[in-house]
Design a protein around this ligand. Sequence first.
Ligand code: 9WN
Length: 421
Amino acid sequence: MDDAALGREAWSVLEANWTGSVTVPAPGLYPHQWNWDSTFVAIGLARWDTRRAGAELVSLLAGQWRTGMVPHIVFRPAHAEAYFPGPSVWRSQDHPDSPNGVCTSGLTQPPLHALALWWVWRHAADHDTATALVRRLYPMLVAQHDYLAATRDLGGGGLAAIVHPWESGMDDSPAWDAPLAALAPVRYAYRRDGLPERHPDSHHDRYVWLALRYRDSGYDPAYLRQEHPFAVEDPMFNGIWLASCQALAELAPVAGADPGPHRERAERIRAALLDRLWTDGAFHARDLRGGRLVPVCTVGSFGPLLDPGLPAERVAELVRVLESPRFMGAAGYPVPSCEIRAQEFDRSRYWRGPSWVNTNWLLRRAATVHGLTALAQVLGTCTLRLVRQAGFRECFDPFDGSGRGSRDFSWSAALTLDLLA
Ligand code: 9WN
């Protein structure tokens, strides 16, 4: 299939998943608006349709809480309980800080929003629309970053902690196995059917149990600090946050604001990443409750590469690991979501092995900011080969490139549009 035909197919997926105000991640399985999915959709649309890229971010931020938290799901009322856990589980409307008239989850996802907004602004065909968008969204993104700094620095070292695997966007990554295993065994009555690959053991029960504990605290920051049993500093979440701080610094003058505080925050995050998460030549997630670094290396380990200010020797070490047989060196199709040599690696199970278009895009962006043009080229070409051969699937077998999970997946289509540019 030539580039033009692939681009047309990508557009038709995005059209089919567009509700008139938001793009859902995939038909059927994910009928609402998801947080980081919409940021990838905005990135993919940035060069082609400024208004729709903006609309995607605006509709997502309509779900922002008064605390600054941007929820991981913004529910569409017509499909309220079509996904579990739905609005009746999260009960956002009972909380005084939730937005009026919009049902959301009570968790967040990686803060890619400012980088996505910068991408839209930087690539906009319609410059006036993009400038107005920046002025409108800038204060909301400042509030988001302030929320992370004030409420999620559970380790006290300058990083944001995730309080649930869903917050990573990489739900069943082996990085969360040990912190989840340390939770008291739980059995929860509800189960979502039809995903035999996704939740092989009691992980889903623990996901629901964790979400209910947080909800029952009244989404209380003090509960998170003192009692919540899952708190992890993830290098991908924090690498994305750092890149978004740098993006906010670039956007600040457009909004008539001072870029200084964003630059300073980015530097603090970089120092904390190096100090708290670096070991054995790579970044590792820190389990705050277990008080240790998680040994397994995943695609999340490369998140801090998004920072152009990462010291050169650290960049070189990370790229060595990325290109080694632990990741790209032994995979036919980059980048496996877990290191291939790990016991937990599974080529067919979501974030435990398969390659994903969104993380490939992030690593391609990282390669570009460090001037690693050959690596960026390989990541772009191989990602396009995946979607050309297997379609816009949710993820892909890293050895033979066959598709896994949902079909017609929005971020796979949207980021293809960006890669074709
Ligand atoms: C829970 C929507 C989301 C993505 C995540 C992906 C998956 C949800 C699930 O789907 O997570 O949020 O039901 O497992 O892991 O990255 O945002 O596409």
